[in-house]
Design a binder for this molecule. Structure first.
Ligand code: NAP
Length: 281
């Protein structure tokens, strides 16, 4: 029951209708009998400053940040944790003593979704599709785990190259247009291939990726950050060519669990969170 003492958390995005986070977080609060509630906060891109001020003014204890605000929210926050500084993107805000602090739990969430499946990252090669906020978290996590090389493929070559510049130290990250030769070479050699675009989401299924599965290294583990549908066309294509596939469910649970722990200080009930997702996708 919501009372005058209930602590409020929300998810800022545009749109947020598709988000499972309210179901997952509210189930987790209920499981631990915590007096918290989690609400959807549909916020347009030109309203971010007002939205952050509003969170503080209305006594929210924090929020998640989702597509398309993860990068653009940064100037409106008072402080960034090292996870958000490294990724250059924020998916979780904690509000404490009137200050908003940005974190990035996607980084650890993604890595956890690979390590629980015993995927080796150190010394390997990855191809990432997309150059947005989630891609930053993925790249950051892979670098921290000792990946050898990352190729960023995007529909916009300039964005891919600018993205690569952000992680230019050590020359590990390169960017290219995903229709180019360089991308085909990358696919041929990579150990891990990750879709970090929304292409393939239930609401966004009309675009097809430029992937010729015959040209992909047969040993490549193929990941999609998308979790609705649980098997995107991209993953289905990979699976039909014999690749191990990993969808976005594991990352969703782990990034949400880490955010829950930041807001409440309690250990998150990951099994409850996972069950909610499985029931609702
Ligand atoms: P974002 O910051 O908006 O970036 C999206 C990226 O995808 C950009 O590079 C964008 O290219 C590209 N893109 C968008 N629409 C495209 C299209 N029709 N064709 C080709 N490229 C397109 O979004 P994000 O926050 O990184 O999120 C990306 C995806 O990851 C979303 O589906 C999100 O739900 C998912 N995600 C899942 C989890 C999880 O826990 N499982 C966590 C985080 C994110 P342009 O820059 O050219 O527009």
């Amino acid at each position: 029951m919501i009372t005058g003492k209930t602590k409020i958390v929300g998810i800022m995005g545009w749109p947020v209708r598709h988000s499972l986070s309210p179901l997952i977080q509210n189930a987790a609060f209920a499981a631990l009998e915590l007096d918290y509630t989690y609400v959807p906060l549909p916020i347009q891109s030109d309203q971010l400053a007002q939205a952050v001020a509003g969170l503080k003014a209305m006594g929210f204890v924090g929020a998640n940040v989702t597509i398309p605000h993860k990068v653009n929210i940064i100037p409106y926050l008072d402080e960034l944790d090292v996870s958000a500084q490294l990724a250059g993107a924020v998916n979780t805000i904690v509000i404490t003593a009137g200050r908003s602090i940005g974190y990035n739990t996607d980084v650890q969430g993604f890595i956890q979704s690979l390590t629980t499946k015993n995927i080796t990252i150190k010394g390997k090669t990855a191809v990432i599709m997309g150059a947005g906020g989630a891609a930053r978290a993925v790249v950051c996590g892979l670098i921290a785990e000792g990946i050898d090389h990352i190729l960023i493929g995007s529909r916009n070559e300039i964005k891919a190259q600018n993205f690569a510049q952000l992680f230019s130290e050590g020359g590990k990250v390169q960017g290219c247009n995903w229709h180019g030769e360089c991308f085909i070479d990358g696919l041929n050699q990579c150990d891990i291939l990750v879709n970090c675009t929304p292409v393939g989401m239930s609401s966004n299924q009309e675009v097809e990726f430029p992937i010729n599965w015959q040209a992909v290294n047969p040993q490549t583990v193929v990941c999609d950050l998308i979790y609705t549908p649980p098997l995107t066309q991209f993953l289905a294509g990979a699976q039909s060519h014999g690749h191990m596939v990993i969808n976005g469910v594991g990352m969703l649970v782990e990034q949400g669990a880490l955010a829950f722990e930041l807001w409440t200080g309690e250990s998150a009930p990951r099994n409850v969170m996972c069950a909610q997702i499985t029931k609702n996708i």
